[in-house]
Design a binder for this molecule. Structure first.
Ligand SMILES: [Zn+2]
Ligand SMILES: [Zn+2]
Length: 439
């Protein structure tokens, strides 16, 4: 999931396949400035090695920051050592503690502790307050002429007019709050979370299973859709996005339905979806009605897309998988799959009836049983913020264009190059910093 905001792209987790999905998305992986890892189960970080190396191949020079729980330094360092490559940029690693808040330009990110089977962090993204609205009347009453002085005041600078000091607060309304997004995966439901994220705009919460599998989901450190919706309702957030859906759900409607019974503004994004997150003052009654209208029109499509998303995700079928975990994550046999009616009705391509072989074969060794959900997860967007299954991006009205370093198209990898082309050993050795002439 990626968040595009303030001229940056923040990536939350980087499971296997993330790089490939980024190339399919509207985002440039070169524009990623910070990566936040929630925990070190494979589906949340194994894509890092490839992404970091591709950035080097593309000549990245800008620092890349990686944040994560305890163990981040060691694990990322190991990932870096498992192959030869020359990094062209600096990697800055940060191990975050519970409740640690990092202030950046225009926003902050706070780590919170989640309740999973291993140390796991959730992240709270909070935009800084923006200056209040300029009060023209107040400025006129003070006799300040329109022009550059207005701009200074709007930018928070005090000015002197008629030998009097004018404070910005004298002509500005109250500060306007920024957008707030909470990201919680992977985790059991946390009773105190609603209090912590009260009045956030958006909650992105995992919903690995439906309510009939609540005990098993919770046992493995996961939540149901109903539990996620309950948290959203208690927190009074404006929207809930469900992610980390078990691939057992070819048809995710049971998850959406059970969540909407509790919290109506629930969405289940699919890979590469993007959403804009409106500014807090934009969530008015009228807009709310507009959102509802839009939702009705898109309902069929949304469900179909979600179904497609779950199908595309792989499930490890480990021989030693326990019956419990199998039930949680098992992908139904193709003949059990419900007909893809909504997809076709919505003009979407029909849902494939077979899980791609590449998705099923996952000889991942130490990967936990429950960790079946593929990394590409929904992205979200708003007037400024975009969230998607793989690309959740956020771009605020005030945001600048992303760095100069922006996305050039990635160089074709060796794999992508013509199959007939002869493999150039010398070039390949140079690429990884080896001297072809050396013994
Ligand atoms: Zn996990
Ligand atoms: Zn997971």
């Amino acid at each position: 999931m990626a968040l595009k905001t303030h001229g940056e792209i923040l990536l939350f987790d980087c499971g296997e396949g993330t790089q490939r999905q980024l190339m399919r998305s509207s985002l440039s992986f070169m524009g990623i400035t910070k990566i936040f890892i929630t925990h070190f189960h494979g589906d949340h970080y194994l894509g890092l090695a490839g992404l970091l190396q591709t950035m080097a191949l593309n000549g990245r020079t800008k620092d890349l920051e990686i944040f994560g729980p305890k163990g981040t330094e060691q694990l990322v360092t190991i990932l870096e050592r498992i192959s030869y490559y020359s990094r062209t940029y600096d990697l800055v690693l940060h191990e975050m503690r519970e409740n640690q808040r990092e202030q950046f330009e225009g926003y902050s990110v706070t780590a919170i502790r989640l309740d999973h089977s291993i140390p796991t962090l959730g992240y709270l993204f909070e935009e800084d307050d923006r200056p209040g609205k300029f009060d023209m009347n107040a400025a006129r009453v003070l006799g300040i002429p329109p022009g550059p002085l207005y701009a200074k005041l709007q930018n928070g600078e005090e000015i002197v007019w008629n030998e009097k000091v004018i404070e910005p607060a004298m002509v500005l309304g109250p500060p306007r709050p920024g957008r707030k997004i909470a990201i919680a995966m992977d985790t059991k439901p946390i009773l105190k979370l609603p209090e912590r994220i009260k009045d956030f705009d958006i909650l992105i919460h995992e919903a690995t299973a439906d309510r009939t599998l609540e005990n098993k989901a919770n046992k493995f450190g996961h939540s149901t859709a109903a539990q996620a919706a309950t948290i959203a309702k208690e927190a009074l957030v404006k929207r809930l996005y469900l992610i980390h859906i078990s691939p057992r759900y070819r048809d995710p409607r049971p998850l959406i339905n059970e969540a909407r019974e509790i919290f109506e503004e629930t969405y289940l994004p699919s890979d590469l979806d993007e959403f804009e997150i409106p500014l807090p003052e934009s969530w008015k009654e009228d807009d709310k009605l507009w959102v509802v209208a839009e939702k009705e029109a898109e309902e069929g499509e949304e469900v179909a897309e979600a179904a497609e998303a779950t199908v595309s995700e792989g499930v490890p079928t480990e021989a030693d998988e326990t019956a419990d975990a199998t039930e949680l994550y098992d992908v139904p046999a193709p003949e059990e799959a419900p007909p893809a009616v909504p997809a076709e009705a919505a003009g979407e391509p029909p849902i494939p009836t077979e899980v791609p072989a590449e998705a099923v074969a996952n000889p991942g060794e130490e990967e936990e049983l429950e960790e079946i959900v593929p990394e590409p997860e929904p992205a979200i967007t708003a007037e400024g913020i975009t969230l998607g299954a793989v690309a959740a991006a956020m771009e605020s009205k005030t945001s600048r264009k992303t760095s100069e370093e922006e996305p050039k198209d990635p160089e074709p990898t060796n794999e992508e190059a013509s199959e007939d082309e002869e493999f150039d050993l010398e070039a390949a050795m140079k690429e990884v910093g080896l001297d072809p002439g050396a013994e």
